[in-house]
Design a protein around this ligand. Structure first.
Ligand code: SF4
Length: 331
């Protein structure tokens, strides 16, 4: 049998075809001494099929906390005794956040709400918020509002939301261990509607929830089947009060192996560093990830925890000679 990285060099780097589930599993199982080689190959794949640009995105939470769902990793669930309580952001604050995001050079501004799916109040806030942002800020608007109906998908398209984020979170076979109030298939259905409506699909998940390496590979294969425009990769940052509060954070080398493996499964997607990277990888890991297949970052704060300051990320990108993707290139 050919060595998995040799196979990836021909199949992924030269032909742009992602690794199969079995191939991803092999990369996830590589010994530590082969990790630098895997990361280097993932970086070459990213440079060849995506280019050097890095997409920078800001996110803001329109409604934080008090969600009726029970995703075991999430401090915004109202089901657990976690300290995040339901809070709504007002429109001026939303516009200000969009302005600050644009000032960092980011091209994407994602409006997020901790809900099962939007109700009429949320849709109204969103309509008003998007109109107010458009009047003052030049930036792409993305949204992440949970599961949608077809009518809501259609309305988001009309509002000019060009990308929708909805994470599958983990492998289909592991999802019932993590969420009991809705199914993986319900999430999949929203993603299909979003894609069929012509919006860009942003779909990723969280690694380190207790899934096996085989399930991590299964998840990569399921994402490859969906073929999203962008995949945010989170690493579990165990939050107090949630059922996963005592789970250890993922081993940094496992996290880097996963970054390389997901890039080799998804050669053309935007692979974004999302939450939990500081606690899992630290500063050095951020650099390793950016040189190991990652090509998008979130600037500033995440939804419920503090991220690295925007300036630190932007300085690192400039040091690595990775240009920030310009807005005009995305329109
Ligand atoms: S992940 Fe989303 S749906 Fe699940 S509890 Fe958190 S906010 Fe609610």
């Amino acid at each position: 049998m050919p060595d998995i990285l040799d196979l990836a060099r021909t199949q992924v780097l030269e032909r742009g075809e992602g690794l199969s589930e079995a191939g991803v599993r092999e990369v996830l199982s590589l010994p530590d001494e082969r990790l630098p080689e895997a990361l280097e190959l993932a970086h070459q794949v990213r440079m060849r099929w995506c280019g050097p640009e890095v997409e920078v995105e800001g996110i803001v939470s329109l409604k934080t906390g008090g969600c009726p769902e029970d995703c075991h990793f999430c401090s915004q669930s109202g089901v657990f005794a976690s300290p995040v309580r339901a809070v709504w952001l007002d429109i001026p604050a939303l516009v200000e956040a969009a302005k600050q995001t644009a000032a960092t050079g980011a091209t994407e501004f994602c409006i997020v709400a901790a809900v099962r799916g939007p109700d009429e109040r949320l849709m109204r806030q969103l309509r008003e918020g998007i109109a107010a942002i458009r009047a003052e800020v030049d930036i792409n608007i993305a949204a992440s509002l949970g599961m949608l109906t077809q009518a809501q998908v259609d309305e988001l398209v009309e509002l000019g939301v060009h990308r929708y984020n909805h994470n599958l979170e983990t492998a289909r076979s592991y999802f019932p261990q993590v969420v009991t109030t809705h199914t993986w298939e319900e999430r999949w259905q929203t993603l299909r509607m979003v894609r069929d409506a012509g919006m860009e699909v942003c779909c990723g998940g969280i690694l380190g929830l207790g899934e096996s390496l085989a399930q991590r590979a299964e998840f990569a294969a399921q994402l490859a089947e969906l073929d999203p425009h962008e995949v945010p990769l989170n690493f579990l940052n165990p939050r107090p009060g949630t059922p996963l509060a005592d789970r250890p954070t993922m081993d940094a080398k496992d996290a880097l192996r996963a970054i390389a493996a997901f890039r080799l499964a998804l050669p053309r997607t935007i692979l974004r560093f999302a939450g939990g990277r500081e606690i899992t990888l630290g500063d050095l890991g951020t650099r390793d990830g950016l040189l190991g297949g990652i090509n998008a970052v979130i600037v500033g704060n995440y939804l419920t925890t503090l991220g690295r300051p925007a300036g630190a990320d932007l300085a690192l990108l400039s040091e690595l000679k990775m240009p920030v993707k310009a807005l005009s290139a995305t329109l």
